[in-house]
Every structure is written in C-alpha cells, then in structure tokens.
Design a protein. Sequence first.
Length: 77
Amino acid sequence: MNPAAKAAAQNVRASLGSEYAGQLRAEARPHEGNKMAKRKHQIGTLFANAKLKELELLEGKAAGMRSKKETQAKYGW
C-alpha cells in the first residue's frame, strides 16, 4: 500500500474511531472457521469474511476520496 493510500485509510479509521476496526475483527474472530468450514460456505465463515471485507471497502472508499481531492487540486476543478 502506498503512503498516500495508507494515510487515507488511517483517516477513515480515525473518523470511525480507533476501536471500530478492532471491534469488527473481534466480531469476526470466533466465526473464522477452518479449511473445511470455508469450503462448505458455513454461515460463520461467511460472516467473518463479510466483516473483514467491510474494513477493506472502507479503506478503498477513503483512497478514492483522497485521489478525487488530489485531482481537483491538480486541475482546479
């Protein structure tokens, strides 16, 4: 991850609160399951994957907003 994207992700975490990411991971941890559970698409592993994907999406949105602001600043839009 490049430094600008990393900074944007940190801004999202800061706006949601530092405990938000930890809370999502804590909710997902008991449901991670093993290899067999993942292969069988058991609901617990799907839940854990959804929580981790939520974090990734939030970080991606932050990076998108950052690049949009950079473009506006660069071209004066």
